[in-house]
Design a protein. Structure first.
Lengths: 158, 211
C-alpha cells in the first residue's frame, strides 16, 4: 500500500473527464475519422501514377497533437467526408476520360485513316511512362497523298 | 547477447479513455554515441535501396503506417504535412536519393522505424526522473526551457515534466547527447498496432546499436 501511495510519476485523475454520453459521441467520431482516413488513403493510392490529380489534403487543427474537443472532431469528420467526396468525384471524372481515350486508341488501330495525326499519350489513359500512340502517314508526303495512314507507338521515354 | 528489460509506461486515465489501446513501451540500453560504424552505414544503404516511389505511395495502406496516420488525424495533425516517422524516413529517402548516416543513435532509430513502422524516441536515461508515461500537457508547461506546450497536448512525461511531444520532438533537456552513457528508447503503440511490433522495434533498435 505505501508503494502505491508514494508512487512517483503517477498521473492524477483529471477533474474534466467528459460525460458518459459525450464519450460515446467521441468514440463514434473517432471511428468515423479512422474510416474516412482509410478511404482517403485508398483514393490517394488509386490516383497513382497520375500526377495532376488534386491532393486530398485536410489541414491539421494546429497546436500539435492534442485531445480535440467534440466540436473540433465533428468539424474534422465533416472536412474529411467532403474531401473524400471531392477526391472520388475527381477520380471518377478522370477515369471516364481515360476510358474514352482507350476506346479512341482502339478506333485508331481499326481505322487509322479516320484519325489523321491524332495522338494519345499514356498519361491520357492513366498509365505510367511517356509512350504515346500517334496516327501518321507511311512514307511521309507520299503516304499522305496515297492515304497510307498507320498507327505508330513510340518507344517510350528518351 | 543483448538483454532488454521492456517496461510498460503509464497512461493518464483521460487519455486511456479516449484511446484505449494507446501505450508506451520503453527499454534502457547502454550506448556510446558517435559516428556509425561501416556495417551500420552499409545497412542504411541497403535499406535505402529497397524504397521505390510506388512503394512509398502505397505505404499508407500498410496496417502499421496506416494506424499511425489515423492516430495523427485523430489528434489533430495532418499526416500529409507533419509526416508520421515512418513516412518521414521514406520521404527523406526519396528527396535525398538515399539515407545519409548521421550518428549511431539516429541511424539505429531510422533503421528500426523503417523496418517496423513504429515511431521511436531516444532519451538520456540520466536526465529522466521517475517512470515514463503518456499524459496531456498542463497549462503553462514547457518542453525543455524554450518550447511552450499548448494545453491538452499529448506528451511523453517522466514524474516531473514533459520530455517529448508524442510523434514530435524531444526536449533538449532530455535528449541524447555525446556524453550519454545510458538511454531509454520509447515505442509508441496505438490502436491497430500489435504489441509484438513495438517489441520488435525496440529489439531492432537495440540490436542495431550493438552492430
Amino acid at each position: 500500500m505505501p508503494d502505491v501511495l508514494d508512487r512517483v510519476g503517477a498521473p492524477l485523475a483529471p477533474s474534466t473527464l467528459p460525460l458518459p454520453d459525450e464519450r460515446a459521441a467521441r468514440r463514434t467520431l473517432l471511428d468515423q475519422i479512422a474510416r474516412l482516413e482509410h478511404e482517403l488513403s485508398q483514393l490517394f493510392c488509386s490516383t497513382w501514377p497520375r500526377t495532376d490529380m488534386p491532393r486530398p489534403l485536410v489541414a491539421g487543427r494546429g497546436g500539435g497533437p492534442r485531445l480535440l474537443s467534440l466540436g473540433e472532431l465533428e468539424e474534422l469528420r465533416d472536412e474529411l467526408a467532403d474531401r473524400v467526396a471531392d477526391s472520388r468525384r475527381a477520380l471518377s471524372d478522370r477515369t471516364w476520360v481515360e476510358e474514352q481515350n482507350r476506346r479512341l486508341i482502339e478506333q485508331m488501330l481499326l481505322t487509322p485513316e479516320r484519325y489523321k495525326w491524332v495522338r494519345v499519350s499514356h498519361e491520357d489513359i492513366g498509365e505510367p511512362g511517356c509512350r504515346h500512340v500517334h496516327v501518321r502517314p507511311r512514307f511521309g508526303l507520299l503516304g499522305m497523298l496515297m492515304k497510307w495512314w498507320r498507327v505508330r507507338i513510340s518507344s517510350g521515354c528518351p | 547477447m543483448i538483454e532488454l528489460d521492456l517496461v510498460e509506461g503509464w497512461v493518464e486515465p483521460e487519455l486511456a479513455e479516449e484511446f484505449p489501446q494507446l501505450s508506451l513501451v520503453h527499454a534502457r540500453v547502454e550506448v556510446h554515441p558517435g559516428k556509425s560504424p561501416k556495417e551500420l552505414k552499409q545497412r542504411l544503404r541497403m535499406l535505402a535501396d529497397r524504397y521505390t516511389g510506388g512503394k512509398v505511395v502505397h505505404m499508407r495502406q500498410d496496417p502499421v503506417p496506416w494506424a499511425y496516420r489515423v492516430f495523427s488525424r485523430q489528434v489533430g495533425i495532418d499526416p500529409d504535412t507533419d509526416r508520421t516517422p515512418v513516412e518521414g524516413v521514406a520521404l527523406r529517402r526519396l528527396k535525398q536519393g538515399g539515407l545519409q548516416s548521421e550518428n549511431v543513435v539516429d541511424d539505429a532509430l531510422t533503421i528500426a522505424i523503417a523496418e517496423t513502422g513504429v515511431p521511436l524516441v531516444a532519451l538520456d536515461a540520466e536526465r529522466v526522473d521517475g517512470d515514463l508515461g503518456l499524459r496531456l500537457a498542463r497549462s503553462g508547461e514547457q518542453l525543455g526551457e524554450t518550447r511552450p506546450l499548448s494545453e491538452r497536448q499529448l506528451v511523453i512525461a517522466d514524474g516531473e515534466r514533459p520530455v517529448a511531444v508524442v510523434l514530435g520532438e524531444v526536449g533538449e533537456d532530455a535528449g541524447v547527447t555525446p556524453d550519454t552513457e545510458h538511454m531509454i528508447i520509447c515505442a509508441l503503440g496505438v490502436k491497430g498496432v500489435p504489441r509484438i511490433s513495438l517489441e520488435e522495434a525496440l529489439w531492432c533498435a537495440a540490436e542495431t546499436l550493438y552492430t
